[in-house]
Unconditional design. Structure first.
Length: 137
C-alpha cells in the first residue's frame, strides 16, 4: 500500500537492500568512518546500538567494500549463546575444526587469528553481536 502511495518501485526497508542503496544518514556516515579507521589500523571494535539502528547494515557495507584476498569476514548470526558457542563459531569461521575443551578452543582461536594477522588478513567482523549467557570471555 505505501509503495503505491509514495510511488516506490521496491521496499526500501527490506534487509536484503544492496549496500550501495543504503540511506547515508549521519549515524551511518560516522560508523562507516570509524569502521574504515579500524580497517586501516587493523583494530578491533564492539558495535552496540538499538535494534534497527543500522549496525548490521554498516558492517555489511564494510564487508562488501573490502578485498576478500586481504580481509577475512565472518558472519556470525546467533544472537544468544554461550562462550563456547562464540568460540566455536569463530573457529569455524576461521576454517578450523573446533577443539572440544574450552581452553583448547580458546588457544586454537588465538593461533588462527595470529596466523591471519601475520598474513595481514586478520580483519574480520562478527556481524551480529551475541549476548553471552553466564561467564565472561
Amino acid at each position: 500500500m505505501y509503495k503505491s502511495f509514495y510511488s516506490l518501485s521496491d521496499n526500501p526497508f527490506k534487509k536484503e537492500i544492496e549496500t550501495k542503496d543504503l540511506y547515508q544518514s549521519e549515524n551511518l556516515k560516522e560508523l562507516s568512518a570509524r569502521l574504515n579507521y579500524l580497517k586501516k589500523t587493523r583494530g578491533i571494535a564492539v558495535i552496540i546500538g538499538e535494534p534497527g539502528s543500522g549496525k548490521t547494515s554498516a558492517l555489511r557495507a564494510m564487508a562488501d567494500s573490502v578485498n576478500p584476498s586481504l580481509f577475512k569476514v565472518i558472519y556470525f548470526p546467533l544472537s544468544t549463546g554461550s562462550v563456547m558457542d562464540f568460540y566455536r563459531g569463530i573457529a569455524i569461521g576461521l576454517g578450523e575444526e573446533p577443539k572440544f575443551r574450552k581452553v583448547d578452543l580458546f588457544n586454537q582461536v588465538q593461533a588462527a587469528i595470529l596466523k591471519f594477522y601475520n598474513e595481514k588478513k586478520i580483519h574480520f567482523k562478527v556481524k551480529n553481536i551475541i549476548q553471552i549467557k553466564g561467564a565472561y570471555f
